[in-house]
Design a protein around this ligand. Structure first.
Ligand code: AMP
Ligand code: MG
Length: 407
């Protein structure tokens, strides 16, 4: 058996990096920066007021109350025409540029107005309620490194500096479920021996989260010609092929036979539980992932191989989900020879520790427990059982990726 870390490294090292393009900021969300984004501007671009109030010279309002003559009104979006001389103030709104001469803003709540005169009730120090130019971003500052998957918040930063980023192309992924017993999820009445296709739901959801284009080839029966055609079509049209089923030891596991003929594909036994059997290689230079057919195995293999591989192709530096410490609230077991990914529910104990208990049946076919689970509890190779109260590493499969292979 291949250790999981070694299998992951082999897979990730084999992934091609997709080419790059410059995109509009709203379209950049979910894409990965191919080069650093360096600001040519300051944010804010000019000193401005953080409050609705009066721009003053702080030295004029050391002793309060004090009456000042009002120069003019400056709403946001307009520009002051007068400087603030001793004994005067300018009415200013949040976000409006500070007038020359003023060095602080008194909140409107701390004043009383009477015609052209404002009485300042509370003094302010120099700089109070003023947002300096460049207080957020300086000229020449890197606002985004290369290799960052752009969030909506990152997009907002890019908008603040007006940078359309250079990003990697998104990989198109062709998916298919295989198996004569597998029928569409829309099937109302199952025939003898049939089950509804659950794996494509798992794959579609994982791919939707990454925002990558999908070619859904549906369900392919255990038929060498149909499989062969499907893989060939997938290789022509997609940057990656993901199929489920047919990679284990059964007599009808034609996937294995087809892949052996169509490309250079290896069949691995990865030291993980679930998802031990796994096919990896290329068909016509297109990377292929043959995931095991049991739905929980499909999910675990998608998380450990497919998702990080797609992120690698997209140019991301961080590939793997966060791992955080917790304790197990009950005994959790896995095969001693393999790294276990137990599906767990989390609660917080009085010390603030995360306590993990089994989300339900741990068989690789038990989807209902996977659906409720909030994390994987990792049972390391050689351990077998984590006993109640023992520390455990939790992999947070609903959190955004945070780790490289070396973290
Ligand atoms: P296989 O890897 O093809 O030997 O399949 C292993 C197990 O997973 C069998 O019980 C299959 O019926 C089941 N299975 C395979 N594909 C799917 C699918 N798309 N949806 C639900 N179960 C599946
Ligand atoms: Mg099958």
């Amino acid at each position: 058996m291949k250790p999981l870390a070694e299998a992951q490294r082999t897979v990730l090292d084999a992934m091609p990096l997709l080419d790059t393009e410059r995109v509009d900021i709203p379209d950049a969300v979910g894409r990965v920066t191919a080069e650093p984004c360096v600001s040519g501007e300051m944010v804010p671009p000019f000193p401005n007021s953080a409050m609705d109030g009066f721009a003053v010279r702080a030295i004029d309002v050391v002793r309060t109350p004090v009456a000042l003559g009002i120069n003019e009104d400056v709403p946001a979006g307009s520009v002051p025409t007068m400087s603030v001389a001793t004994g005067t103030a300018t009415r200013i709104m949040t976000g409006a540029p500070m007038p020359d001469g003023a060095d602080a803003v008194v909140r409107v709540e701390d004043t009383t107005a009477d015609g052209d005169t404002i009485t300042i009730l509370v003094g302010v120090e120099e700089g109070t309620n003023v947002r300096p130019a460049g207080g957020d971003v300086q000229i020449g500052q890197t606002v985004l490194d290369a290799g960052v998957r752009i969030s909506g918040r990152h997009a907002a930063v890019l908008a603040s500096v007006g940078i359309r980023p250079v990003v990697h192309r998104l990989p198109t992924v062709a998916i298919m479920s295989t198996g004569d017993e597998v029928v569409p999820e829309s099937t109302e009445r199952l025939g003898p021996g049939q089950i509804r296709d659950t794996n494509r739901m798992i794959l579609l959801d994982g791919l939707r989260e990454l925002g990558v284009p999908v070619i859904d080839l549906g369900i392919i029966g255990d038929d060498p010609d149909a499989l062969s055609n499907a893989y060939r079509t997938a290789a022509e049209r997609a940057d990656m092929i993901v199929s489920t089923g047919g990679v284990s030891m059964g007599d009808y596991d034609y996937v294995k036979q087809i892949l052996g003929e169509a490309g250079s594909v290896e069949f691995w036994k990865v030291a993980m539980q679930p998802a031990k059997p796994f096919a990896f290689g290329t068909i016509a230079d297109t990377p292929l992932f043959g995931l095991p057919g049991n739905p929980v195995s499909t999910f675990v293999a998608f998380e450990q191989f497919v998702r990080p591989a797609l992120l690698k192709m997209m140019g991301a530096r961080r590939l793997l989900r966060p791992r955080i410490p917790g304790v197990v609230g009950e005994d959790i077991s896995a095969s001693k020879e393999r790294e276990g990914f137990a599906r767990v529910l989390l609660a917080t104990d009085p010390n603030g520790s995360l306590v993990a208990v089994s989300a339900g049946g741990q068989g690789s076919n038990i989807l209902s427990a996977l659906a409720e689970a909030q994390a994987f509890a990792i049972v390391p190779v050689g351990v077998g059982t984590l006993s109640a109260g023992e520390p455990v590493t939790l992999e947070m499969f609903t959190w955004e990726e945070s780790r490289t292979l070396d973290d």
